[in-house]
Write a protein that binds this ligand. Structure first.
Ligand SMILES: Cc1cc2nc3c(=O)[nH]c(=O)nc-3n(C[C@H](O)[C@H](O)[C@H](O)COP(=O)(O)OP(=O)(O)OC[C@H]3O[C@@H](n4cnc5c(N)ncnc54)[C@H](O)[C@@H]3O)c2cc1C
Length: 386
């Protein structure tokens, strides 16, 4: 699936989904690509569910990755009443996958010798039609193009747009995974292969089934994945939620196993008080819940000479349209197309790529903000409209 080598080289900063999409798409048009990831370890231990959108499938197909078995199908949506009965069934076919399956598939596909773990970008310098990245270990790499796929706290973005930061949206997502075998039968039957929601004042929780341990798609070995949006005040409460069990203050998320005991206890108490019974059972069956603050981020510009921002480094739409991962894929596909269209002339390609990507990011942000605000703040800003 890879075209003849063009002699062009790209450096990708960030080796999560956004960086892997960019790396795969540039390789598919004949570029030599090296990915540099700050973390020294594989990132595959903490992902939850991801709605599989067409752009992700498209990127996989262009890279030559088999797309036959990428997830679990949900055939319908259920909206629940407070007593757990079904308020509204709605036929809707969707494919659900896991962060781990996407990451694992791309890591296996992308050549290991061009994926450099434990390399943290510190600085970028541009001169004579080249861009040079300097890493914290003092090493340097030079290329024709640099992609900043380094997420919400992007070092690349900071270098060019130092005054652009993400904002806390006013609520967090508690999340959890439960092995199919570990959930009580009645709740398991309700949730299996369905997208199930429970909406109540200033909050909602949802669940869908995703691949299990080792990316398993086998019935009985998959996982129930849930996401629950809960309001917390930024000034008085968020700090406590984002302090892990070792007392370390985290930027915007706490991974499984590290939630502080008092935060976890409070979340479980809320669950037993406000959720519909099937969701109470799901939260109770969860061994290591985790939490992510919901963020808003949008940049005014995505290209800077021979540097482009993609994925969460540029725009973070709230998760309500399940579009973040697909956006990272779409950014990468469009970039590869622009480079081919402009005969691999980086300046021309980036100039034609940027306006549509900015418009896409802005439109996603606006629609997700509207959905999120309607769900979380219709009764003021209080938790559960108390
Ligand atoms: C561990 C993990 C689990 C996730 N789980 C889910 C999920 O379950 N569902 C979902 O929808 N989304 C999940 N996401 C978010 C999802 O991956 C993103 O919304 C989307 O894929 C686009 O992300 P990204 O690659 O642009 O940014 P990110 O996923 O934030 O990745 C940025 C990467 O850049 C690296 N980095 C940062 N600074 C530097 C630097 N200076 N030098 C080198 N590398 C750097 C980071 O270590 C990180 O790996 C997860 C992200 C991570 C990191």
């Amino acid at each position: 699936m890879t075209l003849e080598p063009t002699g062009n080289r790209a450096i990708v900063i960030g080796g999560s989904l956004g960086g892997l999409f960019a790396g795969m798409m540039l390789r598919s048009i004949g570029w030599q690509v090296d990915i540099y990831e700050r973390s020294a370890h594989d990132l595959d231990s903490r992902g939850g569910g991801v709605v599989l959108q067409p752009d992700v499938v498209e990127a996989f197909q262009r890279a030559g990755i088999d797309t036959q078995a990428l997830g679990v199908v949900a055939h319908e949506r259920y909206y629940l009443n407070p007593n757990g009965s079904i308020a509204q069934p709605m036929p809707m076919r969707q494919m659900l996958t896991s962060w781990n399956l996407l990451y694992g598939s791309m890591r296996r596909h992308f050549p290991a010798q061009h994926y450099h773990a434990g390399k943290q970008l510190s600085d970028i310098h541009q001169a004579s039609e080249k861009v040079t990245a300097t890493f914290t270990d003092g090493t340097r790499e030079t290329a024709d193009l640099l992609i900043g796929a380094d997420g919400p706290n992007s070092t690349v973005r900071h270098q060019f747009l130092s005054d652009v930061h993400y904002q806390y949206a006013g609520y967090v997502a508690y999340r959890g995974l439960v092995n199919e075998a570990d959930l009580e039968a009645e709740a398991a039957t309700l949730f299996t292969e369905r997208f199930v929601f429970y909406q109540f004042p200033n909050s909602h929780i949802l669940q869908y089934v995703i691949p299990g341990e080792g990316e398993s798609l086998e019935l009985g070995k998959r996982r129930f994945n849930w996401v629950w949006y809960v309001n917390y005040d930024e000034a008085t409460e968020l700090h406590r939620i984002l302090t892990d069990k070792n007392g370390r203050q985290r930027d915007y998320s706490i991974p499984p196993g590290l939630l502080a005991a008092d935060v976890e206890q409070e979340m479980r108490l809320y669950a037993d008080t406000v959720l519909a019974p099937p969701f109470q059972k799901l939260v109770r069956a969860t061994q290591e819940p985790f939490v992510q603050a919901i963020l808003d981020l949008g940049v005014p510009q995505m290209t800077f000479g021979r540097v482009a921002l993609t994925g969460d480094a540029a725009f973070i739409p709230r998760p309500h349209t399940a579009a973040s991962t697909a956006k990272a894929a779409a950014n990468a596909i469009a970039l590869a197309e622009a480079l081919v269209k402009h005969n691999h002339n980086v300046s021309k390609a980036l100039k034609s790529w940027e306006p549509l990507q900015l418009a896409y990011g802005r439109q996603l942000m606006a629609s997700c903000q509207q959905l999120g605000d309607r769900s979380q703040f219709s009764h003021g800003v209080s938790r559960f409209g108390e």
